[in-house]
Write a protein that binds this ligand. Structure first.
Ligand code: F6R
Ligand code: MG
Ligand code: MG
Length: 371
């Protein structure tokens, strides 16, 4: 029998500004989800936070895109929004873009990563939660986990992984997707996903012959808001991802290893700056400096045979990542010194806020041809 893991998240109010989630919002979401466990809608849940984003991690048997489970998440966000409004939190309800729920939270503001899987004898899973960035921020780490032998030793030395994996890549501008095989099409894959604001890794699948059925994802990333609004800008998504580990998949440490490099991502301050992504434990995922720098939290789980979430283990709560955090701070300082200059500030097309049209309009008459 299959179990579905759903991570559904939304920013429904920050405390203060866009910094963190107020504990009362977490409690409210927990109440709604506890009731759903009693009623049998879901098997288990955990409410996490990353920056100003409230994260619902749920297990159930209803499959992906279940109206019942999505409706439940929507209800939890709505109830928590009421509390956010009472407390006067900043941007209360901001990610609930629609007034009424219509069967699926995709395209309604929240971010979703879901996978329906046949549980292995033991099922280790990591959920990743990012704040102040966009789905493309997962391209580099997911690529390294499943395709880079310098990251994942298993690709070279584990016979079950040696054949590689398949990557489902979305073109979020043109609403198209393509499946690419690694390692055969490694360079094609990189040609696309290096352009991380346009091409995003949506899922990773095993290849035929792998112990995991080939139609079951081994990694999935939330991309929904960007996808639905393709072309029109409504802010950064602060994405989430689910990754399975071990036994023919990257080991836990190979899943975490890419985050030892604080790569540059976009979405810092006003969704309009590049900065390093800093791996932190949940209690340190409260962006402050220049509303950042961007954060990533990794929660480790074992899924019990009944589908219970055994965890979380706060995986970046480890001095082994101190060096990365220090490096991220150096890069933070270095990038900040650029002030309003690219490449700290994003190129015009990608900025969440821009005064340029207004500035240009005011200066229209003063522009003159260059001889
Ligand atoms: C929010 C974010 C923040 C805000 C900034 C300005 O995701 O990244 O940096 O963009 O705090 O927010 P407003 O315009 O709401 O005052
Ligand atoms: Mg916010
Ligand atoms: Mg956020």
């Amino acid at each position: 029998e299959k179990i579905t893991i759903s991570v559904i998240k939304a920013d429904i109010g920050g405390w203060p500004g866009h910094s963190r989630v107020h504990p009362q919002l977490v409690e409210t979401a927990e109440e709604v989800l506890s009731k759903a466990v009693e009623e049998g809608t879901i098997i288990d849940f955990y409410v996490a936070t990353c920056g100003d984003d409230l994260q619902l991690i749920m297990t159930h048997k209803k499959g992906v895109d279940s109206p019942e489970v999505h409706g439940l998440a929507w209800k939890a966000f709505e109830e928590a929004t009421k509390v956010a409004k009472e407390l006067g939190l900043y941007g209360a309800g901001q990610d609930l873009l629609k007034d009424a729920f219509s069967g699926n939270v995709r395209g309604m503001g929240p971010g979703v990563a879901e996978m329906e899987i046949t549980l292995r004898k033991s099922e280790p899973v990591v959920t990743f939660h990012m704040d102040k960035t966009e789905p493309g921020a997962f391209n580099l780490p997911i690529f390294r986990m499943f395709a880079d032998p310098f990251n994942t030793a298993g690709l070279v030395i584990d016979p079950k992984m040696h054949m590689g994996f398949r990557f489902e890549v979305w073109d979020i501008l043109e609403h198209k997707r393509v499946i690419l095989n690694s390692p055969e099409e490694l360079y094609d894959l990189l040609a696309l996903i290096g352009a991380k604001s346009r091409y995003v890794i949506k899922r990773v699948y095993p290849k035929p012959g792998h112990p995991i059925p080939e139609n079951e994802p081994v990694a999935v990333v939330s991309t929904e808001k960007l996808y639905e609004v393709a072309g029109e800008y409504v802010g950064k998504d602060d994405p989430v991802a689910i990754v399975r580990a071990q036994s023919g998949l990257p080991a836990l440490g190979e899943v975490l290893e890419p985050f030892a490099f604080p790569h540059l991502v976009s979405g810092w301050m006003r969704g309009s700056h590049n900065g390093p992504i800093m791996p932190v434990p949940m209690h340190q995922a409260n962006p402050t400096r220049f509303d950042g720098p961007p954060r990533v939290v990794a929660l480790g789980w074992q899924i019990s045979p009944e589908g219970k979430l055994v965890g979380p283990v706060d995986l970046f709560d480890d001095p082994a990542f101190d060096y990365t955090r220090q490096k991220a701070l150096e890069i933070t300082e270095y990038m900040r010194r650029h002030g309003p200059f690219e490449p700290h500030r994003l190129p015009l097309e990608e900025m969440e806020y821009t005064t340029l049209p207004g500035v240009l309009k005011r200066l229209t008459d003063r522009f003159e041809p260059i001889e």
